[in-house]
Design a protein around this ligand. Structure first.
Ligand code: MLT
Ligand code: MN
Ligand code: ZN
Length: 306
């Protein structure tokens, strides 16, 4: 399978439109060695050149399609290589792009959990609004580790597990987490026998999550924040990374420590990187620490073959 990183930034993108933090201001001024990034999404194709699955529909999806010719193969008057969309949560940065796909010919095949379908029908009723356009053909994901297939994407096999993270602020159950608010997804190509584990929003690594990470050949996980109090220290929020469902990279029990426990051959990648995170600065000591630990920081346009 081929995996294309369409957007590697967290909500807001990099630089964020209203932000003048060191990273955002430095990128605009050209004084920081860093790359601009769009909001969180990847594309997985069983075979390069064929149809694939859009994982998360970013508000930047139109820009991402323009930047990625594989998404627009031009085989018919109206055409797209997006065979289906799968949402790992119902947050703005992962769901708003559904509106941009409304011109689709025929209902959009959409894979998500019941918790996410409910949030996107009630708190933020995107799915109801879309019935006035292309409509959605919704398929249920059960976040119980069972294997499922997605029509048009054979022979890829999918498994979802419930993660401890957070539902969106507009979720009717924002403060009463339900299994399925956020999922981690394992994608296996039986031809190569190789597996990707994808979890851009990951608040806590329990035994089931670590097991899924351990079984994968590549893990592409939450790279939102370097420190738990990153937003507080900058005076940008009162909330910690943990409060909004993200495990920070540094320190005891942080993502770097967890990734260090995986087999030496596992590819380790961080995605969904917030614009405040010092790892975006390619000359920072934090970035050097990741390189030292064999951890890659995803960039838009990057591809991976598994
Ligand atoms: C998150 O991942 O915590 C959210 O997407 C943040 C946001 O976009 O508001
Ligand atoms: Mn997000
Ligand atoms: Zn910023």
């Amino acid at each position: 399978m081929r995996i294309t990183i369409l957007g590697s930034a967290a909500g807001g993108g990099f630089p964020q439109w209203n932000c003048n933090c060191r990273n955002c201001a430095g990128l605009r001024a050209g004084t920081l060695r860093a790359k601009a990034r769009t909001q969180s999404s990847i594309f997985i194709q069983p075979d390069a050149g064929g149809d694939g699955l859009l994982l998360n529909a970013s508000p930047d999806v139109l820009q991402q399609i323009k930047a990625t010719p594989a998404l627009q193969p031009g085989r018919a008057l109206r055409d797209s290589a997006i065979a289906a969309v799968l949402l790992i949560d119902g947050q703005i940065d992962h769901a708003t792009g559904l509106f941009m796909l409304r011109e689709r010919t025929g209902p959009l095949p959409l894979w998500c959990t019941d918790a996410v379908a409910q949030d996107l029908s009630e708190g933020n009723p995107i799915l109801r609004v879309l019935t006035h356009y292309c409509g959605v053909d919704r398929h249920r994901i059960r976040p119980d580790g069972s294997t499922f297939e997605i029509p048009g994407l054979a022979p890829l096999q999918f498994r979802a597990i419930a993660l401890s993270s957070k539902a969106a602020p507009y979720s009717p159950h924002r403060d009463a987490p339900e299994p399925g608010d956020n999922i981690g997804l394992s994608v296996t190509d039986p031809r190569s026998g190789r597996t990707l584990f994808y979890a851009p929003g990951l608040g806590e690594i329990d035994a089931a999550v670590f097991d899924a990470m351990h079984q994968a050949d590549a893990v592409m996980v939450d790279g939102t924040f370097w420190t738990d109090d990153e937003m507080q220290r900058l005076g940008l929020s009162r909330k910690t990374a943990r409060d909004i469902g993200h495990l920070a990279q540094s320190g005891p029990g942080g993502m770097i420590e967890w990734l260090g426990q995986l087999p030496a051959t596992t590819r380790r990648l961080l995605i969904h990187i917030n614009n405040t995170n010092p790892i975006l600065d390619e000359d920072s000591p934090e970035r050097a620490a990741l390189t030292q630990a064999g951890i890659t920081v995803c960039e838009d346009g990057m591809t991976l073959e598994l």
